[in-house]
Design a protein around this ligand. Structure first.
Ligand code: 5GP
Ligand code: MN
Length: 358
């Protein structure tokens, strides 16, 4: 049953639909991959793509460079996700989900072995670098899981059961429970169809947005007490020592920048989390959020990262405090420029209104 309407047709144009359909139908060995430090949309879209492909008779390999958090083990197929050690050299098609650039696939994508294989990129980041041989990039969609609702329609996969649970997960986590500024009628319509197909909003919220560890709370307590606010930019750092002292898990810093942006006194928030990468180097994971009207994706892109105007990030090598100081300076500069532009636009609008009213 296809329930596509005009909005869906705009989000998945006919030519793109047939290109994707033919890429999938002609491939036997398919590798699906999403981004490092996978979130709900990464895991939901990876597992959702798996269910869509199985519906059309394929047996895909689903891979992630980093182990998905156990919080997501309620999604059917969770245990089938493999790490880099089980990824082969030869595939007919690689499908990359929710990643704005090639490096975001981490160790799963090895250019030496994989660069000749057709690469289908399905993503919703405005900063996407179009690194695939076929790129379906739709920044109007709030989650890649929303895009997969339209792809499921196109391939005739019913939005029910396992697929519905996987896709509703990404819609809920990327919109923070349908609260972000990009939550429009199309998002709600997609969620409504997945709910009608048997997925439960409250069960998914209970396992994701409403679930924290005690160690995470203790970490947040310490970190929040040292948060700083300068020029309407609020920010906090999380050192490895702080994480160790709180016995925090890897995922315990997630959501912190989303919490900081709720400060009335701030337009932009940032968190800086110190980690050791696979090569043993100290890196700083930077996570940014912006209030409506402000844009953090450009600053993230400038540092080699990416994201959306209201939520973006990057990963930088170097000392925690030095990185934080540099990046906060760039964010303050961006905020000031954007606030100035907003003020000029408001003045212009007021002048035009006065003129129109004689
Ligand atoms: P979060 O702050 O929740 O980790 O990420 C917010 C957004 O920024 C997500 O859309 C995520 O994909 C993007 N993002 C976060 N960190 C990085 C990064 O290191 N590189 C890129 N390209 N995007 C990132
Ligand atoms: Mn996403």
């Amino acid at each position: 049953m296809t329930q596509s309407n005009t909005a869906d047709a705009l989000l998945l144009p006919t030519e793109m639909e047939s290109a994707i359909r033919s890429a999938i139908h002609t491939a036997e060995r398919i590798l699906c991959v999403s981004h490092v430090s996978p979130d709900g949309d990464a895991i939901g879209s990876l597992l959702g793509m798996g269910w869509i492909l199985r519906h059309v008779g394929k047996q895909p390999t689903l891979a992630l460079a980093d182990k998905p958090a156990r919080d997501f083990d309620y999604i059917p197929g969770y245990d089938s996700i493999v790490g880099a050690d089980q990824v082969k050299d030869a595939y007919d098609l690689i499908i990359c989900l929710d990643a704005s650039s090639q490096d975001r696939m981490g160790d799963i994508y090895r250019p030496a072995a994989h660069s000749q294989i057709p690469l289908l990129v399905i993503d919703h980041h405005i900063t996407n670098t179009n690194f695939g041989s076929l790129n379906w990039v739709q920044p109007k969609c709030a989650a890649v899981c929303q895009m997969l609702v339209y792809l499921a329609d196109a391939l005739g996969a019913p939005l029910e059961g396992n697929l519905a649970i996987a896709l509703l997960t990404g819609l809920i986590t990327d919109t923070l429970g349908f609260r972000t500024s990009n939550t429009d009628a199309a998002v709600l319509q997609a969620a409504m169809r997945l709910t009608a197909g048997g997925a439960s909003i409250h069960q998914i919220v209970a396992r994701t947005l409403n679930s924290r560890t005690f160690s995470g709370m203790r970490l947040w307590g310490g970190v929040l007490s040292e948060a700083k606010l300068e020029g309407r930019v609020i920010w906090a750092t999380v050192s490895q020592a702080q994480r160790k002292a709180a016995r925090a898990q890897d995922s315990d810093g997630e959501g912190l920048s989303g919490f900081l942006i709720s400060a009335q006194e701030a337009d932009i928030s940032a968190t800086f989390i110190e980690r050791t990468d696979r090569a043993g180097e100290t890196v700083v994971e930077c996570s940014f959020r912006a209030k409506p009207g402000f844009d953090v994706s450009e600053v993230a892109l400038g540092y080699g990262g990416g994201g959306h105007p209201p939520a973006a990030g990057c990963t930088l090598a170097g000392d925690l405090q030095t990185v934080a100081a540099d990046v906060v300076a760039a964010l303050r500069q961006a905020r000031q420029t954007q606030a100035g532009k907003q003020q000029r636009e408001r003045q212009l609008a007021r002048r035009e209104e006065l003129l129109a009213n004689g």
